[in-house]
Design a protein around this ligand. Sequence first.
Ligand SMILES: [Zn+2]
Length: 267
Amino acid sequence: MNNFAMAMLCLTLSGQALADGIQTPNPSVFRNLVSAETVERTASDQYVRIIIDASAHHALATASNKDGQRINAITKRLLPFAARVNPRASSWRWESNYLNSPQVNAWCMPGGKIVVYSGLARGLALSDDELAVVLGHEIAHALREHARARMGKSAIVGMGTAVLGQVVGNGRYAGAFQLGGNLLSLKFSRSDEVEADEVGLDLAARAGFNPRAGLSLWRKMAAAAKGAPPEWLSTHPASSSRVADIERLLPKVEPLYQAARQGRSAK
Ligand SMILES: [Zn+2]
């Protein structure tokens, strides 16, 4: 690791609080190597290409699709709690889409571009609460800028000081992106996964969705993984203790759920 990266690692400020509920540490300093604007613009370009391709293949759900309506309604309830995690979220142009595809998958790209595949929602027969936990998890990755941090790390590990200087100096992300490849193929780390579970459950609970659905959701996902592993699991590496880990989180987020049910949720 070079001096610049080392110096950035030392720039640790106090942790970011989500008030009650889940406390998150400071975002990874690696994300500072690429600008949020560039990552979000790149994500938007890729997202548009995916939606155009899905539309051309008649896979994009129409406005009358009931599952698509469910995804939109659940997303709409989660979003008022996004800016407390990342203030940039209030300026993102959020979009959610439902694709008719057997993929067991869902994602939220940097900048708030969401896609849920029917292979996940319908294939695993997810309830609204379970969908809210999945969506919360995906939105949490975007809010905590995990993709941006992954790309910053790639810039250090793979490109060396000279190119790093170029990326940082010009605020250009193109080189690092070519190295990192498709945003959707970025594999999150175990610690990213833990954080996305935590923040996602916090979001779902604040929006009035039962966080206990996290237990049944991951059991369904684990059962699905016994056949051909779902696409989702190739980019979201899970530990064998995921369900137990979520069980331990519940005492922190269940009060948020109870408060939301009583109309007392804090944004
Ligand atoms: Zn994940």
